[in-house]
Design a protein around this ligand. Structure first.
Ligand SMILES: [Zn+2]
Length: 393
């Protein structure tokens, strides 16, 4: 089918460029009046083929939306998400076996035949910022909708549906701390909208963007100890906690240093900017600043161990990213974990830093609330996406 091929080309084109999506995020679709072809969970846009799309019956999706409008959503989050997932799975055409994107209902609702949902770094500079909504209104007026941080899936679909009643055909739907939806009748319309979005946002930047250092290759803990002069006792403590197989990347960039000054300046990085960051680089970085250093009278291992324990208590997992203030004679970000996690975590950490830099033009970065981060950490669908992405990377 011609449209499906166009959808594949469009998806691959956007998916191949890290300025639009990172770590296989984003999703795309095409629909006619009867059916919806939407990216299946676990497929990356860059390498997607026609087989990476799930086909759904739109009349059944409509029934799902209507039934929730009548009965309301379960207050129990787990129950609600389970119900929504089952309803979407039932809306697949009979021969379909793939699991459709968690945003399937949203794709069904949007007014454009082709829909491209991305997590662009520059756009996220706006939607992850303190004044994002206000500046969006100034820049786009009625051409755009703003959706505050919202649980993905069913709740998001309902909220967008309500907003579309007031403004039925916007050019852009901005999702705070997440990304953007845009679409059109054909590939050209979609490409033009995204080009224009970039042009408008680049013009709004207060200073030209500087490029960041390349992420260095992943190393063993012994190699890192040698290159960065990490005290042996600390290397051993890290090894004991993270396991013998742990590997890491030590990332330094002069753009990172201002964020390492205090726990306050580090907040955009100790918090999480979008669900992608939570899923791939963990629920925020661990920060070791001057206070932690002084509290233990310069016993770095003790300070790190205490901070690491409280992080584990809070999130139920070890930090993938640890930030060190210059007092630690190791200023920068240590990304540590299982080898298959580390590269993605480093990529997303660098992406968060870029978003923070862009957001300076829009009032500074605004991380997600802890309660939202907890929701994503525990969310079954995101865990599924992570597992599938890891097994295919
Ligand atoms: Zn998304």
């Amino acid at each position: 089918m011609r449209e499906l091929n166009t959808l594949v080309e469009l998806s691959q084109e956007f998916g191949a460029q890290s300025e639009w999506v990172v770590a296989g995020g984003g999703n795309t679709s095409w629909k006619n009046s009867k059916y919806l072809w939407v990216k299946a969970s676990g497929h990356a846009l860059a390498t997607i083929t026609p087989h990476g799309f799930a086909v759904l019956d739109r009349s059944r999706l409509e029934t799902v939306m209507c039934s929730y409008q009548q009965t309301g959503l379960s207050k129990n989050v787990k129950e609600r998400e389970q119900q929504a997932l089952e309803a979407i799975m039932r809306a697949r055409i009979p021969e379909e076996k793939k699991r459709p994107s968690v945003e399937t209902l949203l794709h069904h609702l949007l007014p454009w035949p082709f829909v491209v949902h991305l997590h662009p770094t520059l756009t996220n500079g706006l939607v992850c910022s303190q004044n994002g909504q206000h500046i969006m209104k100034q820049l786009f007026g009625p051409r755009a909708l703003w959706i505050p941080p919202t649980d993905p899936g069913m709740v998001l679909a309902q909220l967008v549906q309500e907003k579309l009643h007031q403004n039925p055909n916007p050019d852009y739907i901005f999702l705070a701390n997440h990304g953007v939806f845009a679409g059109g009748r054909n590939a050209d319309e979609v490409q033009q909208k995204y080009k224009q979005l970039n042009r408008i946002l680049l013009n709004a930047l207060k200073k030209p963007q500087l490029s960041l250092q390349k992420i260095p290759p992943i190393k063993s803990l012994q190699e890192l100890q040698h290159i960065h002069d990490i005290p042996q006792g600390f290397t051993l403590a890290l090894q004991e906690t993270y396991g013998m197989k742990a590997q890491g990347i030590f990332y330094q960039d002069k753009e990172l240093f201002p964020y390492l000054e205090s726990s306050l300046t580090a907040q955009p990085l100790t918090g999480s900017l979008t669900p992608d960051h939570i899923v791939y680089s963990g629920p925020g970085a661990l920060y070791l600043g001057p206070q932690e250093w002084e509290k233990t009278k310069g016993d770095g291992i003790q300070a790190w161990s205490q901070a690491c324990n409280s992080y584990q208590k809070k999130w139920g997992k070890l930090p993938l990213v640890t930030l060190f203030h210059r007092d630690w004679s190791l200023p920068g970000a240590l990304i540590l974990g299982h080898p298959e996690q580390v590269n993605l975590a480093a990529q997303l950490f660098q992406n968060a830093l870029e978003i923070c830099m862009y957001s300076q033009s829009f009032g500074g970065a605004k991380p997600l609330d802890d309660s939202f981060v907890h929701f994503i950490v525990n969310w079954e669908a995101e865990n599924y996406r992570q597992q599938v992405a890891q097994s295919t990377l």
